[in-house]
Write a protein that binds this ligand. Structure first.
Ligand SMILES: [Zn+2]
Length: 93
């Protein structure tokens, strides 16, 4: 369900932001030596999360705290938010 995913997603981002000064957690898989850089403003205050979507895709989400730019990528290729939501939907067999 899209609404449920959006809610859970917001919670995930909030939880991760609190960790920026703290201890790395299993959710955050980006090594500190590879700090994400915003593609819009080249700022380094970027929250970077790697997650596995419902269809098995492993995607990276980056959110810039400087310019609010958000981006999704899968294996280095940019993803549209609608594509992410589609991948995150539960597949009923
Ligand atoms: Zn930015």
């Amino acid at each position: 369900m899209t609404a449920a995913f959006a809610g859970g997603f917001a919670a995930t981002v909030t939880a991760t932001v609190r960790l920026t000064d703290g201890v790395p957690m299993s959710l955050v898989t980006t090594p500190t030596s590879q700090l994400a850089v915003c593609t819009q403003c080249t700022g380094t205050r970027v929250t970077h999360i790697t997650m596995t979507l419902t269809d098995g895709s492993i995607v990276d989400f980056a959110s810039c705290h400087v310019c609010e730019h958000k981006s999704w990528t899968e294996a280095g290729t940019g993803l549209d938010v609608s594509a992410v939501l589609r991948k995150a939907q539960k597949i009923r067999v």
